[in-house]
Design a protein. Structure first.
Length: 111
């Protein structure tokens, strides 16, 4: 190995040690909790209530050009977007004929 290769190897090893030490510091301090709700006026229903901040995408058209961006909206609990786990599952009830057809197709191996 030449002198340049030794210098590069030692520089590479020092950089790897520095990254390893930096990662250990960051892993200990990471602990995030959602922000507490604050009193204010909801951006959607314009009622005064406890608000949380939500990021949403917004598209604007002006002079034939579109602009895209994320906007922070302050929404109350009623107007806040619901997660899939919170949404009520609106499963339609099947009548006897639909159940019979499903069972028949399952029996034939179509499902």
């Amino acid at each position: 190995m030449s002198l340049f290769d030794d210098h590069f190897a030692s520089k590479n090893a020092a950089s790897a040690r520095a990254w390893a030490m930096d990662d250990e510091k960051n892993k200990k301090e990471k602990r995030r909790e959602p922000a507490a709700p604050k009193m204010g006026v909801c951006d959607k229903c314009h009622k005064e209530a406890l608000l949380r901040s939500y990021r949403s995408r917004q598209t604007d058209m002006g002079n034939g050009a579109a602009s895209f961006g994320t906007v922070i909206k302050h929404l109350c609990e009623e107007c806040a977007p619901k997660s899939r786990s919170e949404r009520d599952a609106d499963v339609p009830q099947l009548d006897k004929k639909q159940v019979r057809n499903l069972m028949r197709s399952a029996k034939k191996g179509l499902l």
